[in-house]
Design a protein around this ligand. Structure first.
Ligand code: MN
Length: 377
């Protein structure tokens, strides 16, 4: 199978820098969406791809191990350099191996397969809202516009190790694979993506068109699209790079144009690919710790032990973990407030922009109830 790639990354219409990065070095393709402030985001996504590429060229170990190395590198850099402390990145990787594409994925960038006029999402977003959808708390439609839709539950470089999703699929002549960041999928519907992949024959032109569509829809984030067209047939340099049990290829022989295609398949032991397929509880807790910074800035007014209460965090729980804690439990009985139509859904939480806003919402509730309970224990 031969790959014809197209790739574009664009700053978008609103951001001041581009924190997305991509790699298109046949047979290795990847997108990464950095986070953690200007500098941090850019460093994280670039560093992750740099390490991934280096690891890949060594031709040792499985793809998930390369991703772990990239994770560790980003994590260690963020520990050492204050200016990029707390940075992280998404990473979605595709590696071509003969007739198969191997995928590894962390975060909310995505991989799609376009085949026979249909678009299929191959990855799962590691976001809070996706988790809420999985648990039936909100619908997929609500997730699209949810205020917390960009909160990640997993990212590269945030902790010492990361759970990596893996998969592989057999590709056919005529298939198209799309790797993209959320700057595309947050602005453009799957149907629009499908239509562009259907209409635009040239992969580079298709990538450009996808980016243009996202910009036309507002371009509020950096946008990256890598489009891979699969065509039956051998690659031109197949004979040249197919070493025969050569243990140590000269580094100079491996350029982007003639990558180490085919050589890796022999080194892969399927058993090792089981790394982190499940999500151990410990890692999940660690991810929640990563969320804490975000949650600490969120406030809302809700109900605790039957009383109107100011909370820090968001009114949700994930797999039994509450994403909030009470800060001020007032003396106002929640049932009194809920009798008023505007507070009927108090138990679901009224969002506040900060502590002061939460205070003023409570004051408003007191006023609306026509009571002044200050001083009552
Ligand atoms: Mn993004």
């Amino acid at each position: 199978m031969r790959i014809v790639p197209g790739a574009t990354s664009d700053i978008g219409k609103v951001r001041e820098g581009n924190e997305d990065s991509y790699l298109a070095l046949d047979p290795l393709f990847a997108v990464a969406d950095g986070m953690g402030g200007h500098r941090g985001g850019e460093v994280a996504s670039k560093l992750a791809l740099e390490i991934l590429e280096n690891q890949f060229r060594r031709r040792q170990g499985a793809l998930a191990e390369h991703v772990q190395e990239a994770n560790l590198a980003v994590f260690e850099r963020s520990q050492l350099d204050r200016r990029v402390a707390g940075m992280g990145t998404t990473l979605t990787v595709a590696v071509m191996e003969d007739e198969r594409v191997r995928l590894a994925h962390v975060g909310d960038s995505r991989a799609y397969l376009y085949r026979d006029g249909e678009l299929r999402l191959l990855t799962e977003d590691h976001t809070l809202v996706q988790r809420m959808v999985d648990e039936g708390e909100i619908t997929a439609g609500e997730a699209e516009t949810h205020p917390y839709r960009s909160v990640l539950t997993r990212a590269l470089g945030v902790e010492q190790s990361v759970a990596v999703d893996e998969g592989s699929l057999e590709v056919q002549d005529g298939d198209r694979l799309l790797l993209c960041t959320d700057g595309l999928t947050g602005m453009v519907t799957d149907e629009q993506i499908r239509a562009i992949l259907q209409d635009v024959g040239d992969p580079q032109e298709a990538a450009d068109r996808l980016v243009r569509a996202a910009n036309r829809a507002g371009g509020i984030d950096n946008i990256t699209a890598v489009v891979l067209d699969f065509e039956a047939g051998e690659k031109d340099d197949e004979a040249g790079t197919q070493g025969q049990g050569v243990a140590e290829p000269a580094a100079s022989a491996i350029s982007g144009a003639q990558g180490p295609r085919g050589l890796r398949s022999r080194g892969i032991r399927p058993a090792r690919l089981a790394v982190s397929v499940g999500m151990p509880l410990a890692i999940f807790i660690v991810v929640l710790v990563g969320l804490r910074l975000y949650l600490d800035r969120q406030w809302y007014v809700g109900v605790q032990n039957g009383h109107v209460t100011e909370f820090r965090g968001i009114p949700s729980e994930v797999a039994g973990f509450e994403l909030h804690h009470p800060v001020v439990v007032t003396t106002i009985p929640a049932v009194d407030a809920e009798r008023l139509a505007v507070y009927a859904h108090l138990d679901e939480g009224i969002p506040a922009t900060g502590r002061e806003d939460a205070d003023s919402i409570v004051e408003q509730i007191r006023t609306d109830l026509g009571t002044s309970r200050t001083g009552v224990p």
